[in-house]
Design a binder for this molecule. Structure first.
Ligand SMILES: NC(=O)c1ccc[n+]([C@@H]2O[C@H](COP(=O)([O-])OP(=O)(O)OC[C@H]3O[C@@H](n4cnc5c(N)ncnc54)[C@H](O)[C@@H]3O)[C@@H](O)[C@H]2O)c1
Length: 355
């Protein structure tokens, strides 16, 4: 559990530290920048599970030769706007940054760009890449299958991963609209915490090892996690598997390796990226006025019992990012441990505030 915040670190200092650490492990400065930027944006926007805390496990896989620090990407471009990319087993954030840039270049000239990526690795928080599209007057879509942990609707066996979906769109004077969600109902970590505390889990999160719904956290750990919203979440998890896995030529149908458990084989993660220009459909000022009106209408709704306000997707994250830009990124004990180990291994001084 990530508790006991022990300090707030300036985002740029933390980013510089991560860049140096990854360069120490063989990445070019450009690639190390992609990795650090992806993690820092995740931390700024409150996705701390996919922020700098991941650096330890990412680097562990370099040491085991399971990820290449200097991959040679291969790109096949078809129809002028679609790119089938082979990541050569490089880091997920690096090839994803590369792929989204190619997609956005194509969107500039064709109004639309798309990319599949195969032979990649865990890329972190999907919104980081979708937001790159929103910054260029595009709507961006990002999908990526993960190692299996969820039973499809009607099954008691895992097949899909937590398979995230992100969509980002410009929202005029507001922060970008940004949906970014796993298709699991909950992370397995929450069940582990409940089991440790002897607490029940909500109905619908998991099945026991006999395929029966359970609220017993221990029984759930022996069983399987479920997608959100029954057959609908299950269908979306499969959509991600289809587009990011089957279509990309990477792992699908349960074959992606778990980066925290399999230390023998590359992960074989795939991704799917797409972006299209707003002005392919409507002049940007008209779209912007309509988005602003939509958000104003939503925010003017009367909050339900237990709510102070109605928020749109991405609003909470943008607010937190502004706060963390100003006050620094909070570093809980577990994350500090990871960064201290990284500093000790590489001889790179910890960022100010952590030392
Ligand atoms: N790389 C991978 O394999 C992988 C796998 C799973 C998840 N992830 C990442 O984990 C992160 C967390 O996913 P999650 O499903 O736990 O996200 P979440 O449940 O925190 O949020 C899901 C969505 O709901 C919106 N939201 C949340 N609270 C809201 C509110 N009060 N009002 C309006 N909108 C609200 C958020 O803006 C977000 O778009 C994501 O960044 C995802 O990409 C990555």
């Amino acid at each position: 559990m990530m508790t006991e915040e022990i300090g707030h670190i300036r985002p740029r200092n933390l980013e510089a530290f991560i860049v140096k650490a990854f360069m120490h492990h063989g990445l070019s400065e450009d690639h190390a920048n992609s990795v650090a930027h992806t993690m820092i944006v995740a931390n700024l926007r409150g996705v701390d599970t996919h922020g700098v805390v991941r650096s330890g496990s990412y680097i562990e896989r370099f040491k085991l030769n399971l990820v290449k620090p200097q991959p040679a990407f291969k790109v096949e471009t078809r129809y002028g706007w679609a790119h089938a990319i082979d990541a050569d087993n490089g880091m997920g954030p690096v090839v994803s940054d590369f792929a989204m840039k190619k997609v956005l270049d194509s969107a500039e000239s064709h109004g639309i760009g798309g990319a599949t990526v195969r032979q990649s690795n865990h890329f972190g928080a999907a919104q980081v890449f979708a937001l790159q599209a929103a910054a260029q007057d595009c709507i961006g879509i990002v999908l990526s299958p993960a190692s299996k942990s969820l039973a499809p609707f009607g099954s008691m066996e895992p097949l899909f991963g937590t398979n995230p979906i992100a969509v980002a769109a410009p929202a005029g004077r507001h922060a970008p609209w940004c949906l970014d969600m796993a298709t699991s109902i909950s992370a397995r970590g929450h069940i582990r915490i409940a089991a440790r505390r002897g607490e029940p889990i909500p109905e619908g999160w998991a099945l026991d090892d006999q395929g029966r719904p359970t609220t017993d956290a221990e029984a759930a750990l022996k069983g399987v996690m479920l997608p959100f919203a029954g057959p609908k979440g299950s269908a979306l998890a499969m959509l991600v598997d289809m587009m990011g896995g089957a279509l990309s030529g990477s792992g699908y149908a349960g074959t992606i390796r778990d980066m925290t458990r399999d230390f023998e084989t590359p992960q074989d993660v795939g991704h799917f990226f797409m972006a299209f220009k707003i002005d392919a459909f409507m002049p940007v000022p008209e779209y912007t006025a309509r988005m602003e009106h939509m958000i104003a209408t939503l925010k003017a709704l009367k909050p339900a019992a237990g709510f102070d306000e109605v928020m749109y997707p991405g609003e909470r994250e943008a607010r937190l990012a502004a706060k963390r830009e100003a006050e620094g990124i909070p570093i809980p004990f577990e994350t500090r441990k990871v960064l201290v180990q990284l500093s000790e291994e590489t001889g790179i001084a910890l960022p100010e505030g952590l030392n």
